[in-house]
Design a protein. Sequence first.
Length: 150
Amino acid sequence: MKCPFCGEENTRVIDSRPSDDNNSIRRRRQCDSCRKRFTTYEKVETIPLIVVKKDNNREPYDRQKIEAGILRSCHKRPISVDQIRQTTDEIENEIFRMEEKEIPSSVIGEIVMEKLRKLDPVAYVRFASVYREFKDVNTFMDELKQFLDN
């Protein structure tokens, strides 16, 4: 592993432990040359996942898009970054457990909505309003009624 500070290729692992989500390994490393320390994460490589968009375009799966959508939905809500990260991890795990090579964006959207419904009602409604493309207040009210009935 190359040192991010001096570029030296000789670094050694000082400490290894599972990360908080148990899906990767956190390694503390030290450069043999400049003696600075840094952290790396080792994660299992999965098969590339392709997301099929509404217009049938295909693009590589991008975790950051899910996390950004959740972050926008949770703006000014009492939800920590750790909760957002954990929710994104749960969504990602559910997607990859399907073992599909291609997945429709609508499936991902429904999974995100299900997780947000449990996490925070306001974040859920915010996400749903964008995801379901509410055209008017009545559509918005219908979604709220459906949410309150469940």
